[in-house]
Write a protein that binds this ligand. Structure first.
Ligand SMILES: [Zn+2]
Length: 628
């Protein structure tokens, strides 16, 4: 039996898994203050309850009531809408586990009972099939999202078992997973899922229960990809991750969320099976994705057509798709690769995605959502209180409720800090017993991170601190350190303290010149946070399309922004070109270009990208042309 130790976290590799780092029980990590604490608080107080109302209003819960026979009405919503309920339930599980809440527990109890009531006697559970067309069962794995919904059910069941100790939803999930294994696992003609997600869920179910059939099913479903199962129809094979064998793939393409969920599941599969071809494929694909197909915000997916990852360097800011779910799936994949390899580049990309392409998906007040997260919008864009395809909102909720899972890990030798927040972290280190750390920081706004050892054993162990790839001139206790993990091996004593100093002063960033869409442009970053320019902050009469940034003038902090809850603003020298004369002319002979156009010098205010579109309408740009 290789069942995982009783650890409450979203990813818990078994004792024999090929991982260098192990998650810490999330009950032993508390984010006490700062930006991430605020986002968790808003999720708890606003977003999760908002989700309950919207699932009711959209008929998503009614669909399960109709399936359960307790209500008679027409089914509403998308074929995959059950998954919205499961993701929201998973979020409730992590949140109740983080801090009990009678209100959230009552919501969870009611909906878990509803889900159980909707399950068929043979274990089947899908409201579309049960309400709309019982003959549809297992007939459309390509488009039907049947296994995708099952995957989210399994993840929610695992979360309740781990975080709350309630196995009622897990029982439902296991009955359905058993049926899927019996029917699809044994019949290759049925193929695999058109929308990956169940793979990572099955591996986690195996990790929790020790039932090897779930791991074998994840392997079977993965192995069937790349054989042209999904030929024909509107989309090509890559859309469904069916163009290449997973083990052979050199490139990552197709529907971004599908590709990234699959990658997360395949990485889990490697960790539990040791199949080196899977890891090699994952690392090849990650290299290509991170270096040529990822936006500055960590967002992924540059094509609206097929919600797809584009070609290398195809990263248009205005047409960026960057679905919030793709950012979440990328965080999930990077976390798994970090556990497997222990390499900081995965924690770096996780951080970039977390503070930018992910957080932008939720309004500051916690009540509205972006589905796509472009890096430029000419006329502004509004978050919506819910979406007809509501995959993103509950996905945001479950990640926010589990954010603390991603802060730190343990290994045989010590504790590793990957993301910085004012927090308390307790971990069991084999060589040193229980270690307790208190982290104090204003991160990401301040680069000062103080780590105090509150308790530890009497033997030598290693504290590892991640120095982000963007950090230049970082110091640990006054000593220069390079990006990557700084390892401090000592016989620690309670009261010992380490100070990490990261320079988060604003900096201008240039894009790779191969990215045609933003060649000659600059962006502003401050620590891990990408900034953007909103039309409403420009001098009166100026237009975002006419503004450029001075490359020589260092950007500077401009103080807290009252309208954005005190988030720090940044300003940079720029110019506003007078392009009125061009408005009648689309194209001119280069010899007739105006030589001495007027340009007024201005100070341009920038705000954190994740906080854009919180002050009314108006355009936005992350990349601005370089002046001159
Ligand atoms: Zn989504």
């Amino acid at each position: 039996m290789t069942c995982s130790p009783v650890i409450n976290s979203c990813v818990v590799p078994t004792a024999s898994a090929r991982v260098r780092l192990r998650p810490i029980d999330s009950r032993d990590i508390v984010i006490r203050d700062g930006l991430l604490a605020d986002r968790q608080r808003v999720n708890r107080e606003v977003t999760l309850l908002h989700g309950a109302e919207e699932l009711e209003r959209a008929g998503t819960l009614d669909n399960l009531r109709i399936a359960a026979g307790s209500m008679s009405a027409e089914r509403r919503g998308m074929v995959f809408s059950d998954s919205d309920v499961y993701k929201w339930l998973e979020a409730l599980a992590w949140e109740i586990g983080r801090e009990p809440s009678p209100e959230l527990e009552a919501h969870a109890r009611e909906v878990i009972d509803l889900v159980a009531a909707a399950q068929r006697p043979d274990g089947y559970l899908n409201s579309w099939c049960q309400v709309v067309d019982p003959a549809w069962r297992w007939t459309d794995l390509k488009e039907g999202h049947e296994l995708y919904c099952a995957g989210h059910l399994i993840q929610a069941g695992v979360a309740f078992a781990r975080a709350v100790g309630d196995e009622s939803l897990l029982t439902v999930a296991c009955r359905f997973a058993g049926l899927i294994d019996e029917v699809i696992g044994d019949d290759a003609r049925l193929g695999t899922d058109g929308h990956p997600e169940i793979e990572l869920a099955l591996v986690e179910l195996y990790r929790l229960t020790g039932e090897t059939r779930y791991l074998a099913l994840a392997d079977t479903l993965t192995g069937r990809r790349g054989s042209g199962l999904f030929a024909g129809g509107c989309f090509d094979l890559s859309y469904y991750q069916d163009a290449e064998r997973v083990r052979d793939a050199h490139s990552i393409s197709g529907h971004a969320v599908r590709a990234l969920y699959l990658a997360a599941g395949v990485t889990d599969l490697y960790a539990e099976t040791g199949d080196e071809a899977l890891l090699a494929s994952m690392l090849r694909q990650w290299d290509e994705l991170a270096s040529t197909k990822t936006y500055l915000t960590g967002g992924i997916g540059s094509r609206h057509d097929g919600e797809a990852i584009g070609d290398p360097y195809e990263l248009p800011p205005d047409r960026a798709y960057c679905e919030t779910c793709a950012a979440i799936a990328s965080i999930m994949w990077n976390w798994r690769l970090l556990l497997v390899t222990g390499e900081s580049r995965f924690a770096d990309l996780l951080e970039r995605t977390l503070y930018n392409g992910f957080l932008s998906g939720l309004s500051l007040d916690g009540g509205s959502f972006f589905y796509t997260n472009p890096l430029q919008s000419r006329n502004g864009k509004r978050r919506h209180s819910w979406h007809p395809v509501a995959c993103c909102p509950p996905n945001i909720m479950r990640l926010l409720a589990s954010l603390h899972h991603y802060l730190a890990t343990t290994s045989d030798r010590g504790v590793q800090l990957h993301q910085y927040a004012t927090s308390t972290i307790r971990a069991v280190v084999p060589v040193a017993g229980t270690v307790e750390l208190a982290v104090e920081t204003g991160y990401p706004w301040s680069g000062s991170v103080a780590v105090e050892v509150v308790a530890c054993g009497d033997t030598e162990w290693t504290l590892s601190l991640r120095v982000p790839g963007w950090a230049r001139g970082a110091l640990v206790d006054g000593r220069p350190v390079a990006p990557g993990y700084t390892e401090l091996t000592r016989r620690w004593r309670p009261g010992d303290r380490v100070d990490l100093e990261l320079d988060v002063s604003p900096r201008l960033t240039a894009p790779n010149p191969r990215i045609d869409a933003v060649r000659g442009c600059l962006a502003l970053e401050r620590g891990p946070v990408v900034y953007c320019f909103e039309a409403g902050d420009l001098p009166a009469g100026a237009h975002l399309a006419d503004v450029a940034v001075e490359i020589d003038a260092a950007p500077a902090d401009s103080g807290p922004l009252p309208a954005l809850g005190g988030l720090p603003g940044v300003s940079v020298a720029g110019v506003v070109h007078d392009l009125d004369g061009w408005r009648q002319i689309e194209y001119v002979d280069v010899r007739e270009l105006p030589r001495n156009g007027t340009a007024a010098s201005v100070r341009l205010l920038a705000v954190p990208y994740f906080a854009w579109a919180n002050r009314g309408d108006g355009g936005m740009r992350v990349w601005l042309p370089r002046s001159g």
